[in-house]
Design a protein around this ligand. Sequence first.
Ligand code: MBD
Ligand code: FE
Length: 264
Amino acid sequence: MTEVNTVGNRIDTILTDLLARIRGVILDHRVTEDEYAAAKQYLISVGEAGEWPLLADVFLGSTVERLHSDALDVDGAIEGPFYIPGAPELTAPYVMPMREGEGGDVLVFTGSVAGKDGQPIDGAEIDMWQCDSRGTYAGIPYPDGRELPPQWNLRGRFRTDGSGDFEVRTILPVPYEIPKAGPTGALLRAAGWHPFRPAHLHARVSAPGYHQLITQLYFEGDPYIESDIVNGVKAPLICKLDKRDGPGGRAEFTTSYDFRLAAV
Ligand code: MBD
Ligand code: FE
């Protein structure tokens, strides 16, 4: 027999309010029988495509996350549907796992991890993941037949040094287009909304004695900063990009961010 996970024990309270609000929308907009039937069919298709995690994170994740971050007074951001635990542990000097000749601009990302009191944290773990220069995450099934990167491409774990600092080389992520081939993309199209998120790096930052920080970093000037389809951008998470000449005269970008963790 199926049982519901009653974590929080508020099913009665929340379900009562949720149903009241949905009924209110139906009444306010005079939803028709046909629209109701189409909505049910749509919900079925989301399940069949395995897109519930994506759809939920696109529309609701950032709201849940906001409450969590505000309670801890940290600059967190939505985890999103594409985190995969167990990424390779890198050895210094840190370079994110990538293919020979990985496309895109080089990004040198430096920064630090400290407590909110400014106390640097030695050996904090940063578990970072991002899309490649074509906007594809490794290890995720895309139904549109695109070429998939190797399993751990642009996913890796590394640590701060004795001063709480880190430096990692990677490539600059690009604005991310939510997978369009399935029901989530179809809904955005039907509503006339663009499917983009601004370019972002994802990170889970952890250290003993601190709450794990799950966040994302964005880049100044990104065309989708103001219209992120998942509503996940917060001003303190927007980083400045600088351009410099790297090895062999190849241009590379640099950016910096200081993660601040809440003590337990
Ligand atoms: C993503 O890459 C993402 O970060 C979020 C939050 C939702 C969908 C795709
Ligand atoms: Fe993402």
